[in-house]
Structure formats: C-alpha cells, structure tokens
Design a protein around this ligand. Structure first.
Ligand SMILES: Nc1ncnc2c1ncn2[C@@H]1O[C@H](COP(=O)(O)OP(=O)(O)OP(=O)(O)O)[C@@H](O)[C@H]1O
Ligand SMILES: [Mg+2]
Length: 275
C-alpha cells in the first residue's frame, strides 16, 4: 500500500433487507490513514449498520453490495475467516455499552490476553508487563488490581478504557466507534475522547466515529458524513458542516441541536434542568 492510498474506500455500498427494504444506499467515501471521520444522522438512518457492514456483522439476512476496500482488501463478499482475522485486530471496535463486548465470566487479564494473538515467545513476566503497559496507556490508576477484576466490578468509563487498552495491544489501523461515550457522564466522556485522540496520535489509527453529539464532532473529527434514510446527504469538513451546512437536512440537524442546547441552558438558568 502506498502512503497516499486510502485506509478505507467505499463505493456504491448498499445494504438491502431480505424483504427488499434499503438500509444503506449508494454509500461512497474515502478515509485516509489516521483520519477521524464522524458519522451523524437521526436515529434509524443506518449509522450502526454502516459500521457493522464493514466487519461483515450487519443484520442477518441482508445483502451487502458495492465495494469496501480496507487497505486495498475487498471486504464485500470476503469469507468469514478473512473478516474474523480483521475484527479486533486490524479493525477494533468500541460500542456504546462495552458490557456487551466484554465477557462477564472472565477477568480483565484473561480478556486482554485473549486479544494478544501473537504472544508466542512472551514469558509470564513479559506478558504481564505488556498488559500493565496497555492499562497505563489508558490512564488506569492501578493496573495490577484491574487485571484481577471482572467487568461488572468496573464503572462504564473504566470498561470503555479496557476496550481502548485492547486497541493499544493490537495497534489497529482503524477504530470503529459507535456512540462510545453516550452512556458516560460529561467528565468521563471528555477523558475517553481525549484518550482516543492520544491513542490515534500514538498509533496512527483512523477513527470512524458515530455520534449524535455535534460537540463531539467538532472536538474530534476533521470531516463528517451526514446520513439520512441510509444515504449520505452531506459530507465535508467539520467546520463547514457546523457553520454553513450545504443540505437542508444538515441545517435542520444543526438547528435541532442548537435548540436543544438552548433548552438545556434555559433549564439550567431557571433551575429546572438539574432536578
Ligand atoms: N437486526 C436488525 N434487523 C432488522 N432491521 C434492523 C436491525 N438493526 C437495525 N435495523 C434497521 O436498520 C435501519 C438502520 O438502523 P441503524 O441501527 O443502523 O440506525 P442508527 O442510525 O444506528 O440509529 P440509532 O441512532 O438509533 O442508533 C433502521 O431502519 C433499523 O430499524
Ligand atoms: Mg446506532
């Protein structure tokens, strides 16, 4: 792959349900290595299905068509073994509720070891220090203690950091993040977002980030896509999108967010927002 080649390149991607209903239509975009690209759009517009399609995990019975090149490798029609080799390895995932991604019966140590596929030649001490290092990289205060714990013993923010520690271990080229901070309080949200950016800097991974929060878009992404009814209605640099959206829908979305923010501020001002 030449350095200029896109990390991810989609052309005319569609996802069609068995009953003929279109979930994604004519999706085309490129992502450069190390780029942060945001995906926004109303509920049901196809954001999650877009991310899942990249991993061959879209809804059962639906047909994926078009072309998805990941580092030059065609993912549409790729077999399960090829896709499984990419998942959690070259492509890491971060979802809204990391509880579903972590095995409740295994300690954090067991789950982190699991993702280190190539641990041949690592003795116990070396393996341990890799895990501790990964947890330090995501600002975990007491890694040794954390390794002995089970997912239910951790807060949502800590579980999300465990997922990021997995990414540190495998150094993926692409991180797919679907509303990764929506379930977290504002302070924890900011920390996790900053961590994502620092890991991106450190490892050069691209981030495809689904969010409904335009504040998060502004903070994280250089470019954004707006989805509506499974189509891209607008794509461009974040600054333009957030100040002068080209499509009516982009403007509507921005207006809706501004009205919401206004409402929250008023609620706070009159003391009825914190009740
Ligand atoms: N497992 C499924 N089986 C059938 N239809 C599904 C399934 N998952 C999603 N859909 C449908 O696919 C479309 C796109 O859903 P998707 O989950 O991608 O939306 P979204 O943009 O992620 O929404 P949200 O913001 O609420 O997460 C919707 O019409 C949804 O009802
Ligand atoms: Mg979704």
């Amino acid at each position: 792959m030449s350095p200029e080649a896109p990390l991810l390149s989609l052309r005319d991607v569609s996802l069609t349900r068995a009953d003929g209903g279109a979930v994604l239509r004519d999706i085309s975009f490129d992502m450069a290595p190390g780029e942060v690209l945001a995906v926004v759009g109303e509920s049901g517009s196809g954001k999650s299905q877009l991310l899942l399609s990249l991993l061959g995990l879209a809804m059962p019975g639906a047909t994926l068509a078009g072309s998805i090149l990941f580092r030059g490798q065609q993912l549409v029609g790729a077999g399960e073994p090829a896709l499984r080799a990419l998942r959690g390895n070259r492509i890491a995932m971060l979802f809204q509720d990391p509880k579903t991604a972590l095995n409740p019966c295994l300690t954090i140590r067991a789950q982190l070891q699991e993702v280190l596929r190539d641990r041949r030649g690592l003795d116990r001490a070396a393996l341990n220090s890799r895990l501790v290092e990964a947890l330090r990289a995501v600002d975990m205060p007491d890694p040794e203690q954390m390794l002995r714990q089970y997912p239910h013993e951790l807060s949502g923010g800590m579980r999300q950091r465990v997922m990021l520690a997995m990414a540190v271990l495998v150094e993926p080229d692409l991180l797919l993040a679907d509303e990764p901070t929506t379930a977290l309080d504002v302070t924890t949200q900011a920390k996790v977002l900053d961590l994502m950016l620092s890991l991106r800097q450190r490892m050069g991974m691209g981030i495809l980030l689904v969010t409904h929060d335009l504040g998060v878009v502004a903070r994280m992404a250089g470019r954004a896509l707006v989805l509506r009814h499974g189509r891209i209605v607008e794509q461009g640099d974040t600054a333009t999108l957030l100040t002068s959206p080209a499509s009516d829908y982009g403007a509507e979305l921005l207006g809706a967010v501004q009205r919401l923010e206004q409402g929250v501020k008023q609620g706070l001002k009159y003391g009825n927002g914190a009740a």
